[in-house]
Design a protein around this ligand. Structure first.
Ligand code: UDP
Ligand code: MG
Length: 339
């Protein structure tokens, strides 16, 4: 079925100032992929490097036709860089990994085995971490635990970019911000079958990590976004409306009680129940506000889905006798963008 020009595997690697790491990584990847014996392409993204990364990549490109370079205009960050690579990839299966030699290409076949078994997304699991335990391991464990709870996907490790995906799965997902670590959660909402394989967590061979503790806070905020996107993006009124009705109802009940006190017992509610009255008013007003916000959210959600032609469902396969239903490939998502 595969046409001449299509390839089986695309390896996507983003680089930001990794000049020393590029040649050894390239050698290892090609060695492993050649031994598999299927067609493949390499998609190297230069994410606005300020060192010689682009020159090093270009030299490799000159003598290897399987190499593609996607060079970004400036440093956009790991997520947009990956997205640019995913959009460019043509392989039926896409493998993403870091460019700092922390991921060992020798482990790629283990991911591919799982894909052959029928999974749509295979995620790496760093079972023995090497990062700083307090600055990176503890927050990452907490985030992983929350992520598993929120998304209902039983993965140990959401954070690594060492993953394999069927192309249609990854290309359907809109990626921005730091969302690349939530790909499994976003993918599962489209019905992807997900599994994980243990990987070793190598040490950075040279250069330095681009992230520190500051990232943790952003990750937790993104967690909130993902939860909202997954569960309520198509029905924001359910989220805000519930809170709003709760607040307004409580406010009403208190007001009724206060009115009863005033008219039945002649209590001066202003002086005797001042705080309670304030609470009733605050609850009622904020309740009404929340409901209105939910309604606005509904309006925005509709504009969003309709203007972008964003599918609210995802197909796995289509069988039909109609002439125009030849293949199930989705239209390609529009280019990457920053948040
Ligand atoms: N990276 C990138 N753009 C950035 C930051 C990082 O393309 O703005 C790449 C980087 O070159 C590496 C991968 O993303 O290939 C992971 O980055 P890093 O090693 O800094 O992250 P860590 O391993 O510390 O999580
Ligand atoms: Mg790294």
């Amino acid at each position: 079925m595969r046409s001449e020009s299509s390839v089986r595997y695309s390896i996507v690697v983003p680089f930001y100032n990794e000049q020393e790491n590029i040649p050894p990584l390239y050698m290892k990847i090609t060695e492993v992929m050649d031994s598999i014996g299927e067609s493949y392409e390499l998609i190297f993204i230069d994410d606005g490097s300020r060192d010689n990364s682009f020159k090093v990549l270009s030299d490799i490109y000159e003598h290897d036709r399987r190499v593609n370079i996607v060079r970004l205009r400036r440093n956009f960050g790991q997520t947009p860089a990956l997205k640019a690579g995913f959009d460019f990839a043509r392989g039926e299966v896409i493998i993403s990994m870091d460019g700092d030699l922390q991921h060992d290409p020798e482990e790629i076949p283990r991911f591919l085995e799982k894909i052959e078994e029928g999974y749509d997304l295979v995620s790496g699991w760093r079972y023995a971490r090497r990062d700083h335990w307090l600055l990176r391991q503890v927050p990452s464990r907490a985030a992983n635990w929350m992520m598993a709870k929120l998304s209902g996907i039983e993965l140990h490790d959401f954070g690594t970019t060492f993953k394999a995906y069927r192309r249609e799965i990854i290309q359907e997902i809109q990626l921005y911000g730091e969302l690349h670590r939530f790909i499994p959660a976003l993918a599962s909402s489209t019905g992807a079958r997900i599994t994980e394989v243990p990987i070793t967590d190598g040490e950075r061979k040279s250069g330095k990590s681009n992230y520190g503790i500051g990232r943790t806070i952003r990750v937790f905020l993104d967690l909130l976004i993902v939860k909202f996107l997954l569960d309520y993006s198509t029905r924001p009124l359910q989220f805000f409306g519930l809170l709003g009705f709760g607040g307004a109802t409580l406010g009403m009940l208190i007001a009724v009680y206060l009115a009863f006190e005033k008219f039945a017992h002649g209590v001066n509610v202003m002086t005797q129940h001042g705080p309670l009255m304030l609470l009733a008013v605050a609850l009622f007003i904020s309740g009404v506000q929340l409901v209105s916000m939910g309604l606005l959210g509904e309006l925005i959600a509709r504009t969003y889905y309709e203007s972008q032609n964003k599918p609210v469902y995802a197909l796995r396969e289509v069988k039909s006798h109609r002439k125009d239903v030849g293949d199930t490939e989705q239209t390609r998502p529009s280019g990457s963008s920053e948040r």
